[in-house]
Design a binder for this molecule. Structure first.
Ligand code: ATP
Ligand code: FE2
Length: 333
C-alpha cells in the first residue's frame, strides 16, 4: 500500500445489490451503503434490477459521502465491479463509476467481483494464503493463489449452490433470496431425507439434487427438506474444500460469498478444519454479501501495483472468470 493515505470509492453492481463503499488505504471502512433489488416474483430479471439501481444511485452516492464524512476532494480513486455479472447491472455501475471518476478527475480501476470477495475475506477475515471456498448465487468454486492468479481447483459443473437454494425456495413458495429462508427452516428439523450426493474429484454437481428435492415438495415436510438440502449440499462443499487443502498442502480455509452467511455451513467448515489441524477464516455476514467495501478495498490493492482502467478499456466483462484476473499485488506470497 502507498505511504500517502488514499481513499477509494468502490461501486458494486453485478446483480441484485448496488453497493457503494469507501475505504482508506489502511483498510478502515468509512462508508458502506447498499440498495438491494428484490423481485416481486421469480428470480432476478437483469433489466428490472438495473432499472431499480439507476435512479437509486444519486441518492445512494450522497448518502455514502455523508456517512464517510469525507469531502469529494479526498477521494483518490474510483473502483467498480467490471465483471462477472449481469450485463445491464454491470453497465449501470460502470456508468456511475466513469461519471464520478471523470467529475473528480481521479483514476478509475475495474476489479473482478470474485477477486473482491476473496480480498475482503483476506483483509477482514485475517487469512493470508488460504484455500478459498467461494459460494454465492452465481458461483461455487474452490480457489487458491498460485503464480500470479487465483486458480480454480474445483467448481460446480452446473448450478451454483446459492442458485440451488434460491430455486428450491422459489418452488417451495418461499421469498427471494431463498438461502436465508432455507436456513431458518432447517433449524426446525433433524430428519435427514436421502438426496443425491454428487462429487467428482474437486468438482460438485447440484442439478440432480435440485430435481430430486423439488419433486419431494408435495410429500415431505418443508423443514425436513430444507435441513436435508443443506446437509447434503454443504457436505459436498466441505468434502471438495478438504480435498483441495490436502492436495495443495494448505492449512487455512477461507469461506466467502453470500452463502458464507449460513451458520450451518460455517459450523461444518470449522469442524473439518479443526479435525485436520487447520484454521478456518471467514468474515462477518454483512461483508459476505455483495457490497461496495470489497470493491473499494480491491481497487486500492490494484492501484498499489499501478493498475488503472482508462475509459476505452472500461467496458464491462459479464463473463470475466476469476482465474483470468491479474492479482499482481500478491507477488511474493
Ligand atoms: P456472485 O456474483 O458472487 O455470484 P451473488 O449475486 O450471488 O454474487 P451474493 O450477495 O454474493 O450475490 O450472494 C447471494 C446469495 O447468497 C443468494 O443465493 C442467497 O440466497 C445466498 N445467501 C444469503 N444468505 C444466506 C444464508 N443465510 N444461507 C444460505 N445462503 C444465503
Ligand atoms: Fe457476489
Amino acid at each position: 500500500m502507498p505511504k500517502v493515505e488514499q481513499v477509494c470509492l468502490g461501486i458494486e453492481c453485478t446483480a441484485h445489490t448496488l453497493g457503494l463503499g469507501m475505504v482508506d488505504s489502511g483498510g478502515k471502512v468509512l462508508a458502506d451503503v447498499r440498495r438491494t433489488y428484490k423481485p416481486e416474483s421469480g428470480g432476478i430479471h437483469p433489466r428490472e434490477s438495473a432499472r431499480f439501481m439507476a435512479p437509486s444511485s444519486a441518492q445512494a452516492l450522497a448518502e455514502c459521502f455523508e456517512e464517510a464524512k469525507v469531502p469529494p476532494r479526498r477521494i483518490s480513486l474510483v473502483s467498480f465491479s467490471q465483471g462477472p455479472g449481469l450485463g445491464p447491472c454491470l453497465r449501470t455501475g460502470a456508468t456511475l463509476a466513469r461519471a464520478v471518476s471523470a467529475y473528480l478527475a481521479v483514476p478509475l480501476v475495474g476489479v473482478n467481483h470474485c477477486v473482491a470477495h476473496i480480498e475482503v475475506g483476506r483483509r477482514y477475515g485475517g487469512a493470508s494464503d488460504p484455500v478459498v471456498l467461494y459460494v454465492s448465487g452465481g458461483s461455487t468454486q474452490v480457489i487458491s493463489y498460485a503464480a500470479g492468479f487465483y486458480r480454480v481447483f474445483g467448481e460446480t459443473e452446473d448450478i451454483a449452490v446459492g442458485n440451488l437454494l434460491d430455486t428450491f425456495a422459489r418452488e417451495a413458495g418461499l421469498p427471494f433470496p431463498g438461502g436465508p429462508e432455507v436456513e431458518r427452516l432447517s433449524y426446525c428439523s433433524k430428519e435427514l431425507v436421502d438426496l443425491p450426493y454428487s462429487v467428482k474429484g474437486m468438482n460438485v454437481s447440484f442439478s440432480g439434487l435440485l430435481t430430486r428435492v423439488k419433486s419431494l415438495i408435495p410429500n415431505r415436510k418443508l423443514e425436513d427438506l430444507c435441513y436435508s438440502l443443506q446437509e447434503t449440499a454443504f457436505s459436498m462443499l466441505v468434502e471438495v474444500a478438504e480435498r483441495a487443502m490436502a492436495f495443495l498442502r494448505k492449512d487455512e480455509l477461507l469461506l466467502v460469498g453470500g452463502v458464507a452467511v449460513n451458520g450451518r455451513l460455517r459450523e461444518m467448515c470449522a469442524k473439518m478444519c479443526s479435525e485436520r489441524g487447520a484454521s478456518f477464516k471467514t468474515v462477518e455476514p454483512k461483508l459476505c454479501l455483495d457490497n461496495g467495501v470489497m470493491i473499494a478495498w480491491t481497487g486500492l490493492l490494484a492501484k498499489s501495483v499501478g493498475y488503472e482502467t482508462p475509459l476505452p478499456s472500461s467496458q464491462v466483462k459479464p463473463k470475466w472468470r476469476v482465474d483470468k484476473a491479474r492479482v499482481g499485488w500478491r507477488k511474493g506470497t
